[in-house]
Design a protein around this ligand. Structure first.
Ligand code: PEP
Length: 227
């Protein structure tokens, strides 16, 4: 059984479309574990047989933090997972220190964090360079965090939304490195996966996929979760 996570990002534009997307996926018969991560506002309004995840969370529980959403708030809306450290959040300022605090807040609220690594990686870097960057990121992000409680998504930033996925061999090698070196139980791959290339990633020693663009196309995501 693989874990397939759909990151809807800032999509779709209306609640109606979001509900329609979730409804279409409800028909899927799958042996995989599927998690849907809609925008915060839609979370309580999505009816899905699959589990829900948030796209982020804040590390404080309450206080003067305008615009933030805490783990305990998310928990009240049946959120089981949280994507943390996505490259689109790192791009606008999330630091490894903040990501570390977010991981701790998720775990304290019994929300399973899906920690994204791969920011800063350039296409064409060899496996060794990639491993060094990933190792540096994980050492900071996982400081004083129980790794057995964290799922890692390896997402080379150049592959996200670019239509150019990493090779399945490279993704597998990196996943094996992360599992062994950091005692992580599950490592996903993310970056331009679609119904055509998903099968190859899922045939490798990769525990699943974090899917962006293809997760908001009902037909495509349906195919991917039922592979
Ligand atoms: C992502 O945003 O995590 C992602 C993998 O996006 P995409 O599938 O569109 O590359």
């Amino acid at each position: 059984m693989k874990l397939i996570v759909g990151n809807w990002k800032l999509n779709p534009k209306t609640l109606k479309e979001a509900q329609k997307l979730a409804l279409a996926l409800n028909k899927a018969k799958t042996k995989n574990k599927v998690v849907l991560c809609p925008p915060y506002l839609y979370l309580p309004l999505i009816k899905s047989k699959f589990e829900l995840g948030s796209q982020d969370l804040f590390w404080q529980e309450q206080g003067a933090y305008t615009g933030q959403v805490s783990g305990s708030m998310l928990k009240q809306f049946k959120v089981k997972y949280a994507i943390i450290g996505h490259s689109e959040k790192r791009e606008v300022g999330d630091t490894d220190q903040e990501i570390n605090l977010k991981l701790k807040a998720a775990i304290a609220n019994k929300i399973i964090p899906i920690l994204c690594v791969g920011f800063g990686i350039e296409s064409g870097e060899d496996d060794e360079e990639v491993m060094i960057r990933i190792q540096n990121q994980l050492e900071l992000d996982l400081k004083d965090v129980d790794p057995s409680k964290v799922i890692v998504a390896y997402e080379p930033v150049w592959a996200i939304g670019s239509g150019k996925a990493a090779s399945a061999e490279h993704a597998e090698k990196t996943a094996m490195f992360i599992r062994m070196k950091f005692h992580i139980k599950k490592v996903l791959y993310g970056g331009s996966t679609n119904p055509t290339n998903a099968k190859e990633f899922l045939s490798k020693q990769i525990d699943g996929l974090l899917v962006g663009g293809s997760s908001i196309k009902a037909d495509d995501f349906y195919k991917m979760i039922t592979l």
